[in-house]
Design a protein around this ligand. Structure first.
Ligand code: UD1
Length: 363
């Protein structure tokens, strides 16, 4: 009998992890795959565009929870999703990444004894002030199957006393997403740069730790402004960051800077095309640290720690403080191009390995 699988996502970074696995499972046709959208992200720019880019159908179910505090968002997802779980009783729930949607769906399913697999398991920043770290720890401690993207993640799970039979190193699904979309990314027309500009950097910041306090955000803004005198910068603005910049009266200050272009959040294809041709990416995102490592593009991460240390030890990533940004940019723009690192199992075949594992489990 065909088994029923729920593939759950809700926030922007979830969709690129779901897409390669969705298509792989659909192509094999052995199980019934149901797409569940929690509605944590709901804008066309934060959600709809990603469904279009990755050729995902409309979700089978949208819980439409929207924004809220952590408890509010988590609670709403659990209450709505439990109802769906009780009526559909899936054989396996797959949650991805580290968002509130990931944790809420995982708890709702496990509490009624439905098997859960966590895709992108074992990443740790060891910083429990990050909401995502709390989500990761909870999800990994209760999920039945833990699919890890790299060996360091397996070691973290092992150190937490998790039995090896729950863990499988499958590789990095974000690289599958890139490989799957590379043709479309390469076809994307290059950015038309202003006269006299031949290189640019990309800035993305949205983490609560960087944008939620006036002092930190104001220091970030000053550093970005000063860095823009070394390199033209494009800044696709996350809704959380925009809201905070407006709240602290910092938005206009940024808008006035000539060599800094503030733009709307981009679709996956547009964003990767921008990143591919950038000299450097300045970020606090998790996924971007991996994508730049895969592409061999320098990445400066405005954080004290990362749950993706392999991008620092084996890749192109460097953790920096806001006041170091200008100096780091100058150093990078005067340096020869970096080479493209190779990390085991970051090869575009993670979805195939996961689907093979699912076929073994759901026999
Ligand atoms: C969430 C994830 C974070 C991920 C990020 C990517 C958690 C705890 N955090 O953070 O790990 O890196 O998504 O984007 O799950 N908003 C909109 N339109 C939308 C969605 C949100 O305008 O479609 C606004 C809302 O006003 C909201 C704010 O953005 O208050 C933040 O959204 P939220 O989902 O709470 O968290 P993110 O900061 O996006």
């Amino acid at each position: 009998m065909r088994k029923v699988i729920h593939l759950v996502g809700g926030a922007r970074p979830n969709f690129m992890k779901i897409a390669p696995l969705y298509h792989e499972l659909k192509e094999r046709g052995r199980h019934e795959v149901r797409l569940i959208h929690t509605g944590q992200h709901y804008d066309q720019k934060m959600s709809g565009n990603f469904f279009e880019d990755f050729n995902l159908p409309n979700p089978d179910i949208n819980l439409d929870v929207g924004s809220g505090t952590h408890a509010d968002q988590t609670g709403k997802i659990m209450i709505s999703y439990e109802k769906i779980l009780l009526s559909e009783n899936p054989d396996l729930v797959i949650v991805v990444g580290d968002t509130n949607s990931t944790m809420a769906a995982c708890i709702a399913a496990k509490k009624i004894n439905i098997s859960v697999a966590h895709l992108e398991s074992g990443l740790r920043s060891f910083d429990r002030s990050m909401p995502e770290e709390i989500n990761r720890i909870i999800v990994d401690s209760i999920s039945d199957i833990l699919w890890a993207p790299s060996h360091d993640a397996v070691v973290n799970l092992d150190n937490e006393g998790i039995k090896p039979d729950r863990i499988k190193e499958v590789g990095n699904i974000m690289i599958d997403a890139y490989v799957m979309m590379e043709e479309a990314i390469l076809k994307q027309p290059p950015l038309k740069l202003d006269d006299g500009v031949d290189a640019y950097g990309v800035v993305t910041i949205h983490r609560a730790s960087n944008v939620d306090s006036f002092n930190t955000l104001s220091t970030m803004v000053d550093s970005i402004i000063s860095a823009s005198s070394n390199l033209m910068l494009y800044f696709p603005l996350h809704p959380r960051t925009k809201k905070q910049l407006e709240k602290f009266n910092l938005f206009e200050k940024l808008q006035k800077i000539q060599r800094l272009k503030i733009i709307d959040p981009l679709s996956y294809i547009e964003f990767m095309a921008l990143v591919r041709n950038a000299t450097v990416v300045i970020t606090d995102s998790g996924g971007v640290q991996e994508e730049t490592t895969y592409l061999g593009i320098s990445c400066l991460t405005l954080r004290d720690n990362t749950e993706r240390p392999i991008t620092v030890t084996h890749g192109t990533n460097k953790l920096i403080k806001a006041h170091e940004l200008s100096g780091e940019l100058l150093r990078l723009t005067n340096r020869a191009a970096v080479s493209r690192p190779s990390i085991p199992l970051w090869d575009g075949n993670a979805a195939k390995r996961i689907a093979n594992h699912i076929d073994e489990i759901l026999r």
